[in-house]
Design a protein around this ligand. Structure first.
Ligand code: ADP
Ligand code: MG
Length: 357
């Protein structure tokens, strides 16, 4: 709709200190005029592919401001990274297309994160509730305290050491349960799961950063799952947790039969501890584990998701283009915005970029 001058001022003030391109500012401006957020604050996080900003919404009824998080995928950076082409002169033929492809790509990543968050949220897996999506700008629930401080990443969390038991153990068990629910209830593999993409507060874990998550039927899903399992195991071992073997966890997560609800879920994990191989077998098991890892993890995720490199490639050649195409929306409402066939050829029903082609 129409954006009033008053709102424009407000938006300018709200976004002034932030370095943003005009398109992004315009999207935020419209969100402000629609009452999605009232003010955008400083960056909570600046990453390679996205920045996350804190924001507040002042409810019309005068109640306490609500905190929001806004994840903005970086289009401009991708275009900027393409500057070699400008120097070599190649850009004259490709500039428009690349700019469009970059924008299309980040938009698809944002869309994918939005849909995946919806799926997690619907399955009752703690995560930020996705609230609004426009192009590469995603508004979600803020995970933090009432004063606007974000919960720490699991990496930075300090756990109160009350009993004699390692306080990280129940957190580990909780995460294994989440991973199974993610796989069996959401049909997803996170594919970048680590202590960096989990927030922690009061013994509770929150899963974030799911733009790269894939369908469990994706050709590389099990490979990604093995990597997630390895990252999780490595982290908790550093915290002194007696972890289960990767293979046992893999079988537990992927098993068709078996519980997906508490408390049976956690009882099943405790049973894994009871039935695991004896100490004597441990050496041979270790060899097994190494073979298992090397067999199925031929490359790192970084190789697959190097956005800077991939920004220079035609969209149809990207490894993860097939991943985007493989995401099936759970909810009918998501399907309205653009069918999966649409994303496969790089276009969507929402034709923001069309006028330039
Ligand atoms: P990136 O792709 O840059 O890794 P993430 O989704 O992992 O993006 O977010 C980066 C950081 O921003 C997180 O580590 C976390 O600290 C913070 N963050 C992300 N989402 C939220 C949220 N909903 N509430 C509070 N903090 C968040
Ligand atoms: Mg992250």
């Amino acid at each position: 709709g129409e954006v009033k001058d008053k709102d424009k001022d407000k938006a300018d003030r709200a976004t002034n200190e932030l370095v943003m391109d005009q398109r992004t500012r315009m999207i935020l401006l419209k969100m402000i005029s629609r009452g999605i957020v009232s003010e955008v604050h400083g960056a909570i996080s600046t990453g390679k592919e996205a920045n996350v900003y804190g924001a507040v919404l002042d409810p019309l009824d005068g109640t306490r401001p609500l905190h929001r998080a806004i994840k903005i995928y970086k289009t401009a950076i991708l275009v900027f990274k393409d500057r070699e082409r400008y120097i070599t002169g190649e850009h004259r033929f490709k500039r428009g297309a690349n700019k469009k492809n970059n924008r299309e790509m980040v938009k698809q990543w944002a869309e994918k994160e939005f849909r995946n968050l919806k799926r997690l949220h619907a399955a009752g897996i703690p995560c930020p509730e996705p609230l609004e999506l426009k192009s590469h700008v995603l508004v979600m629930e803020f995970l933090g305290n009432k004063r606007g401080y974000a919960y720490p990443r699991l990496r930075d969390a300090t756990l109160s050491d009350e009993g004699t038991e390692n306080p990280w153990r129940p957190v580990y068990i909780q995460l294994l349960g989440i991973m199974r629910r993610l796989f069996r209830v959401c049909n997803l593999v996170h594919a970048d799961l680590s202590e960096y993409n989990i927030l922690y507060d009061k013994n509770k874990l929150y899963i974030i950063d799911v733009s790269q998550s894939v369908e469990h039927e994706h050709p590389r899903a099990l490979e990604f799952l093995r990597m997630d399992i390895k990252n999780v195991g490595d982290f908790f071992r550093r915290k002194g947790v007696d972890t289960l073997q990767d293979r046992a966890i893999f079988d537990f997560i992927t098993a068709i039969d078996g519980p997906v609800e508490e408390p049976e879920l956690f009882e099943a994990i405790e049973r894994l501890y009871e039935t695991r191989p004896s100490i004597q077998d441990a050496a041979t098991e270790e060899v097994d584990v190494e073979v298992f890892r090397n067999q199925f993890i031929p490359r790192t995720l970084d190789e697959v998701y190097d956005m800077e490199r991939d920004a220079k490639m035609p969209v149809e050649q990207l490894v993860y283009n097939s991943m985007l195409a493989n995401t099936v929306s759970v909810k009918p409402e998501a399907a309205e915005e653009g069918s999966e066939e649409d994303s496969e050829d790089g276009t969507t029903a929402d034709g923001d970029d069309r006028s330039e082609s």
